[in-house]
Design a protein around this ligand. Sequence first.
Ligand code: GFB
Length: 319
Amino acid sequence: MSSSSIDRHARIFVTGHRGMVGSAIRRRLERGGYTNIVTAPRAELDLLDQRAVHAFLAECRPDYIFIGAAKVGGIQANNTYRADFLYQNLMIEANLIQGAHLAGVQRLMFLGSSCIYPKLAPQPLTEDSLLTGPLEPTNEPYAIAKIAGIKLCEAYNAQFKRQYVSAMPTNLYGPNDNYDLASSHVLPALIRKAHEAKLRGDSEYVVWGSGTPQREFLYVDDLADACVFLMEQGYDGPLVNIGCGTDVTIRELAETVMKVVGFEGRIVFDASKPDGTPRKLMSVERLAGLGWRATMPLEAGIALAYRDFLDRQAAGRPS
Ligand code: GFB
């Protein structure tokens, strides 16, 4: 299982390479000695533009594609910009998957999210629970788009014998995350809020919702390692979850962030904000059966993410 089926000079197109997921996959490929990684900045290739995407792929003819590009955001962004999340994600994945097929690309990895599973599906969430019940309303548009992406991959595999794999990561965090409080996920938001509360000398910091929802958090470099692992193994089986297999409550998460950041105030919960789905713990049995497990402990990962946040601030990069 350790040897790679991928030639180190194969042409590998990583989409979304400036984002958290795409940049982590690129880092992992570079560390793995891959020499022919192709990226396309948004100014040069608009993934919403079907003609441009198809022309780019016809010209580039990659051997492999990782679809790290997506319109992503936290609970509030998903709930507010419902049309953007549905439309943009449908377009990005449809343009890339059909374009890949037309260009003769045999192997591709499509990334989704744990929110594709029904809101009240049995925990931990197995891949088989897809489409067995209603979705969580706050992110239904995003989830529907990602389910469509999974079905696109399955359809191209069935009709054209492609090997388009869908991998579903749990909630992610790490370098190049979005720290904008209106659109970010919970972990970067809490890092920023705790840091700013510490600087101001505040006695409390605000955490949305009730603090009782449970979430699983995977460091994005672990995700990238799993994606490259699957590609290197030549995995072409069904939908596969990528997680670490353990979760925490939002209250526990908020306490760990305070500890890492060194903020000593207290937590105040803002009940006017939504909790979202009560729990989203992935079953990682399928991936473990293939020989991969996550390695980054949560507190150590949060410390690395906090370092990234501080580095961005020091460099004057937008957060
Ligand atoms: O990470 P998050 O925005 O997304 O929120 P989801 C997770 C939980 O943390 C929710 C709470 O219960 C939030 O109410 N939370 C507490 C906060 N404080 C904050 C805060 O300051 N900011 C944010 N953002 N949350 C998203 C989906 O769901 O997860 C996407 O909307 C995607 O579709 C993504 O699947 C991975 O885990 O609820």
